[in-house]
Design a protein around this ligand. Structure first.
Ligand SMILES: [Zn+2]
Ligand SMILES: [Zn+2]
Length: 216
């Protein structure tokens, strides 16, 4: 299948001046491979930022849309395609799964991926979704970055490793409350039950007792 070479396909009818001579609609996620070439062993360093799309998130945590992802990658031409190695750094925001405090952090992730040339053995022997592919003269880093980020986002992020969560009595963060925080008055029905079963109310009233979600 002939690979399209969209070098200037979208060139505006009014030619820009030489100083503005940039590829139209340059997408920072797409790497132009013409500089790298196909000679096995040639290398190219990529150090750039690109805006995160909207869907890099899981329920409680994600990369804000438009936030800058920082890519520090090395592209290496190999027989079968282009080997991409390096790291990706993105800001993440969300909320703590235990206490709902806002979380702001960044993730630094290792990347290693082979993009197969069309017509390569790797491409010929792989299913469509098994291997990333070089598209003409370009390599699209966005799907790789997205998979790398989304798969590494924790489903239950915490503000601190030992976040104690919320007090069941008043809903405040236990970490913000004094160590002896407790609620004397329990619901009358519980008091009755406690009396009935001979359980002293004090032993069941340990603050935060039922909320220690140590499992993550
Ligand atoms: Zn927390
Ligand atoms: Zn409380």
């Amino acid at each position: 299948m002939p690979a399209p070479t969209p070098h200037r396909s979208g060139a505006p009818s009014s030619r820009p001046t030489a100083s503005q001579d940039r590829r139209p609609a340059a997408n920072p996620w797409k790497i132009d491979l013409r500089e790298l070439g196909r000679r096995a062993g040639s290398m190219q360093e990529v150090d750039r930022t690109a805006p995160a799309p909207a869907d890099w998130r899981v329920e409680l945590l994600g990369v804000p849309e438009g936030a800058q992802a920082h890519l520090r990658l090395r592209l290496e031409s190999v027989m079968e395609g282009v080997l991409v190695t390096g790291e990706l750094e993105v800001p993440v925001v969300g909320s703590c799964a235990r206490c709902l405090e806002p979380i702001e952090d960044s993730l630094r992730l290792d990347v290693q991926e082979l993009y197969a040339y069309s017509g390569s053995t790797t491409e010929a022997t792989s299913e469509e979704d098994e291997v990333r592919r070089v598209e003409g003269d370009f390599l699209d880093l966005e799907p790789l970055a997205r998979d790398t980020v989304v798969l590494s986002l924790p489903l239950a992020p915490v503000c601190t490793e030992d976040c104690a969560g919320l007090c069941v009595g008043c809903g405040q963060r236990l970490d913000d409350l004094p160590a002896d925080h407790s609620h004397e008055i329990v619901d009358a029905r519980w008091a009755d039950l406690a009396a009935k079963f001979g359980t002293p109310a004090s032993s069941s009233g340990t603050p935060g007792g039922p909320t220690t979600p140590e499992e993550n």
